[in-house]
Design a protein around this ligand. Structure first.
Ligand code: SAM
Length: 273
């Protein structure tokens, strides 16, 4: 493949292509990978700047949707591909993931994610029992939402889902000037260490109801789907003020409310028996 002369012109907006062009940041990402020998899954290797460092240390399976980049990667990484330390899958990673696990062995996800599907990818990785940790570059707002603590304004359903399986941390910010072409937003490196895996669509839907109007009272949000007296009784039992807002409750409280309120519900509807 010809050398890519002009990255800005080459980059395809549709695929969220902003190439990271700062070796110091790539080194910092590599140093933040959990220290074991598990395989690395990389989503969107792009031109392979991060991949190049990853394959020095680990076995890597990469997923790239852009055919032009796939061809470029297959040429420039022919040696690790031949040795079996790098596998490249060309195509949409979300289609490949489907309802299943991305790889059939334990792995760490390391990626500079395409921002238009970053939240979706992280949610899939949280639910993938083979995924042991998630180390990703995302839009700063997304990193804050996944890593926020109860009481912080940004604490959201995404924070609760993270804390349900482990611990999320915003490691550091990366300015737009480190990319070609520069994105319109500041980016951050997010690390989620998983201690377990949970895949409960009903709990996710419950959180959507709880955080529907984030600045309203939690009781108001939940009472659109559940009995208000019951919600209030459950909160009072735990000595929680009835004026609590969604971001002020803890992950433990969300699980308690979900379990208790759904004792008599199936998918939010009263049991008929
Ligand atoms: N890793 C490179 C870097 O750090 O410079 C590129 C990162 S760029 C932000 C996102 C990459 O994800 C691009 O290479 C893009 O083509 C790829 N991508 C976008 N959507 C994808 C999808 N659905 N499945 C797999 N890769 C995708």
């Amino acid at each position: 493949m010809n050398k890519i002369e002009n990255l800005s012109e080459f980059a395809n907006k549709r695929f969220g292509q902003n190439f990271l062009k700062n070796d110091a940041i790539i080194k910092q990402i590599i140093q933040s990978i959990p220290n074991d020998n598990l395989k690395i899954a990389e989503i969107g290797p792009g031109l392979g700047d991060l991949t190049k460092e990853l394959v020095l240390a680990r076995n890597v399976t990469a997923f790239e949707v852009d055919k032009r980049l796939c061809e470029h990667l297959q040429n420039s990484f022919s040696e690790p591909i031949r040795q079996g330390t790098l596998t490249i899958h060309c195509g949409d990673v979300l289609e490949r993931w489907g309802e299943n696990m991305l790889l059939d062995e334990d792995y760490h996800l390391v990626a500079n994610l395409p921002y238009y599907i970053a939240t979706n990818i992280i949610l899939k990785a949280l639910k993938d029992e083979h995924c042991q940790s998630i180390l990703v570059m995302v839009q700063k707002e997304v990193a804050i939402k996944f890593s926020a603590q109860s009481g912080e304004k940004a604490f959201s359903g995404l924070s609760v889902l993270t804390q349900t399986v482990g611990y999320g941390e915003l490691l550091f910010d990366v300015g737009a000037e480190n990319f070609v072409p520069p994105p319109k937003v500041t980016s951050s490196i997010l690390l989620i260490r998983k201690e377990r895996t949970e895949d409960n669509k009903n709990f996710e839907n419950f959180l959507k109801v709880a955080f529907k109007q984030p600045r309203k009272k939690l009781t108001k949000n939940l009472s659109t789907d559940y009995d208000k007296d019951k919600i209030e009784a459950l909160l009072l039992q735990k000595e929680i003020n009835l004026t609590i807002r969604p971001h002020e409750a803890t992950t433990l409280i969300y699980h308690h409310l979900y379990n208790e309120l759904n004792k008599d519900h199936i998918d939010g509807r009263e049991k008929s028996e």
